[in-house]
Design a protein around this ligand. Structure first.
Ligand code: 4AD
Ligand code: MG
Length: 447
């Protein structure tokens, strides 16, 4: 057997004999020729079996072999510009082949299947080139998210998943039993991050978060991953500058490093190329005016070209509102100073105008909606106590959080960037379900 090589490294082996370990993804052939598309997890390549070059048994085995059979294949690497694959441009001239397991008839044929069927077979669907490309982009996005923070003075401090109280509102908690006491799956690590900044200055947490949201939309998961940076001595204005640097870095890194995956996904990258700081900023007040003017003119919004509904000042934006506002700009846009009443209890009110808070959501272009939620946090213990009472939250549960405002309180701010919404946007996906290996959605806990 020749040296075992992974397809991602195939370029270094042109003219050599190599062995690949993988699976059969596609097969065509006629007469003395068989064309196998072999996948090994790092890429895929066309392997050509020419009858005179292999034994009779090998040729027959290849002919019989069903899709998704596992195989070990040896051959000579040829450079050929037109050869399909990732990385494209190489072909394997097969000399030997061992079938590790002849697959049973594979339920996902290379034809159109319904979404529910594919979701029920998610454990198999993951092998398709498209899902492979998406999940590789996801992994690279997560690496970029962490690299930037690690390189810019942030320290990773992990926050708990089992928590005793709500942080983002009591209606979306998953309750569990902690030895007879109620515990909840974390909706955010933010409150703990706020404790951690007093020890480390700039921190972030990265992990799964849980929201028992009753929304069955293209943008909502019950379990999603979020990166949450938190910064001491930081006001809202400075926070937005950090966010736009951060998102620009992530997008530009993916354009550079995941070109093959984006091509496979047929992603038009025109919009993404423009994602370079600075981004736009619009106040909630101005956004409401913009929406109502357009609604009055009968403007419609994608994906279904429904009429844009008007909005009363004080209401939260629905997804048509976000889509419309974002469509008015050629880069991501921050909507800042939302009404305090529609946001979480911890947000700093605007001095002299307490009905709005020092918050900002970042809206992605092309209808992808909110990808970041962030704000300046309340730094005054009395204001915070009043907010906790106003939201009907139990004071005792938040005693430790109020403490943070009693011992060296400082202005501080932070944000949360959702991994799955970022993946959907960068990959250009219609639905968030493809952005994570095993999505947890309303009505979907399996496989
Ligand atoms: O706006 P959210 O709820 O903000 C927070 O949780 C803050 N504690 C973050 C912080 O300031 N540290 O959520 C932040 C982001 C959203 O912009 C979105 O990208 C994502 O998390 N997100 C979801 N993604 C998928 N499914 C859901 N149900 C999501 N809810 C929020
Ligand atoms: Mg939000």
């Amino acid at each position: 057997m020749a040296e075992i090589v992974r397809i991602a490294n195939i370029a270094a082996h042109v003219g050599e004999q190599v062995t690949l370990e993988g699976w059969l993804q596609l097969k065509t052939g006629k007469g003395k020729l068989q064309f196998l598309r072999v996948r090994d997890g790092t890429g895929f390549i066309q392997a050509v079996i020419f009858k005179p070059n292999v034994s009779e048994e090998v040729f027959e085995a290849a002919k019989r072999m069903p899709l998704e059979s596992s195989l070990i294949i040896t051959g000579n690497v040829k450079a050929d510009e037109r050869a399909p694959g990732v990385p494209g441009g190489f072909e394997l001239d097969v000399t030997d082949l061992t079938v590790v397991q002849e697959s049973e008839e594979y339920p996902i044929a290379p034809k159109e299947h319904g979404v529910e069927f594919l979701m029920d077979n998610r454990h198999l669907w993951l092998r398709s080139s498209r899902q492979w490309a998406i999940l590789r982009v996801r992994a690279r996005i997560i690496r970029a998210m962490r690299d930037w923070l690690d390189d810019n003075g942030f320290i990773l401090v992990d926050t708990p998943i089992l928590t005793p109280s709500a942080a983002e509102g009591t209606t979306t908690l998953f309750k569990t039993d902690f030895h007879g006491e109620d515990a909840f799956l974390a909706q955010t690590g933010q409150l703990y991050n706020e404790a951690n900044i007093f020890a480390f200055g700039r921190v972030y947490c990265f992990g799964p978060t849980f929201r028992a949201e009753k929304s069955k939309t293209r943008r909502h998961l019950q379990e999603f991953w979020m990166v949450e940076p938190e910064i001491a001595y930081c006001k809202l204005e400075q926070l937005l500058e950090i966010e736009e640097q951060y998102v620009s870095y992530i997008v530009q890194t993916i354009l550079k490093e995941c070109a093959a995956e984006l091509k496979l996904l047929e992603r038009d990258t025109t919009h993404l190329e423009r994602v370079v700081a600075p981004f736009y900023r619009i106040s909630y007040d101005d956004a409401v005016q913009m929406i109502n003017k357009a609604a009055g003119e009968g403007v419609t919004v994608p994906p279904n070209d429904d009429p844009l509904p008007p909005i009363e000042w004080g209401g939260d934006f629905g997804s048509p509102h976000e889509t419309f506002v974002a469509s008015q700009f050629d880069k991501p846009v921050f909507v800042h100073h939302y009404p305090s009443a529609v946001k979480a209890f911890y947000m700093e009110p605007e001095p002299g105008r307490h009905e709005v808070c020092r918050s900002a959501d970042l809206l992605a272009p092309e209808g992808y909606g909110e990808i970041i939620g962030g704000s300046e946090r309340m730094s005054d213990p009395e204001l915070l106590l009043a907010a906790i009472d106003r939201h009907g939250l139990p004071r005792e549960a938040y005693q430790w959080y109020i403490d943070l405002r009693r011992y060296g309180s400082v202005p501080h701010s932070g944000f949360g960037l959702g991994v799955e919404r970022t993946v959907a946007w960068i990959c250009g996906l219609d639905h968030i379900r493809e952005t994570i290996a095993f999505p947890r959605m309303l009505g979907r806990l399996r496989p």
